[in-house]
Write a protein that binds this ligand. Sequence first.
Ligand SMILES: *Cc1c(COP(=O)(O)O)cnc(C)c1O
Length: 379
Amino acid sequence: MYKEALRPAWVEINLSHLDYNIKSIKKKIGLDKELIGVIKADGYGHGSIEAAEILRENGVTTFAIATFFEAMILRNAGAKERIICLGLSPDIYADTAVEYDITPVFCSYENAKAYNDAAAAKGKTIEALIALDTGMGRIGYQADQIDEAVEDLKKVAELPNFKIHGIFSHLSTADATDLTYSREQEEKYNRFYDAITAAGIEVPYRTLANSAAIMRMPSTHFDGCRAGIILYGLYPSHDVDPADLSIKPVMSVKANIVHLKDVPEGFSVGYGRKYISDAPARIATLNLGYADGYPRPYSPYGKVIVNGVVCPIAGNICMDQCMVDVTEVPDVKVGDEVIVMGTDGVNSITADDIADATGTINYEISCAFGQRLPKVFVR
Ligand SMILES: *Cc1c(COP(=O)(O)O)cnc(C)c1O
């Protein structure tokens, strides 16, 4: 039980595993490629400041986040590294990018001009990445409309207080068994890069790979590799080969039993009475619910580990609490530690288990658990 958590439920972040994963990824991409630590969404729920610290210890000098506010959190915590913001930001926020020395991405002259003007007003120069849409369909210059992009980028290149640092694009199916589409994206990326550099636009830095491409597409590693989910010890999908990269899960979720009762046959538990005991049973209550990222649709499939025994969730997960059928656990007591996600060395419940049961991906599970639960960092 952690007094400092102020509640009997918490996320445990294993920083040794994070360190292990970073070293493993660095080994995979090689010394000549930069590892960009993707720590958006509070490090996928793991704590971006602490994740940044372990990345820093491993010599990582570039982080990526998704919003300017996430960059401000890192700067306010003392981060001196390059911080790339992977999402577009409207012109009115350009002054924030300058003030916090953020490397934004852009795909229009107008947006680049706003950054230029904000930088000029402060007597500074801002560096940015070209966003290129090679087939994700999200943001960026259209890779097939090279002439238009070249015209636009030529104007951008003349902005005095704005410097094109590099170019990025994002792969949409690098985690799928069939890599045909990813290869097409890679080709478009290369074609676009060749065309704009041939037109005289200087683009010193190239980055394309995400976690899946780090594992499976070495030709996309270029200058920098954007590692997200694999930092946290989770694989980007079931279709990648774990043998391609050794990683360990960083996040566990734990809770202490706060209440225990023996109930007769026919006793109902929770909203909607989805659990009704068919025999005398023992029910434990945990201080953890869907507002903590424990998905309500997991209720019918949910399992936790109590003193080495895998136990089912009883009834619907509530907003802030849930109940567990601990009838099969010998000598169970109030205060016993329950593994909601993680392993006791024998049994394990993974982010993928929870994601698979609820029709989502492990990314969403770790992000959600990171929202409200206190974090306890262990080495
Ligand atoms: C989130 C994100 C990444 C990291 O993706 P992973 O699959 O977690 O490695 C890389 N690039 C961009 C643009 C992203 O939005």
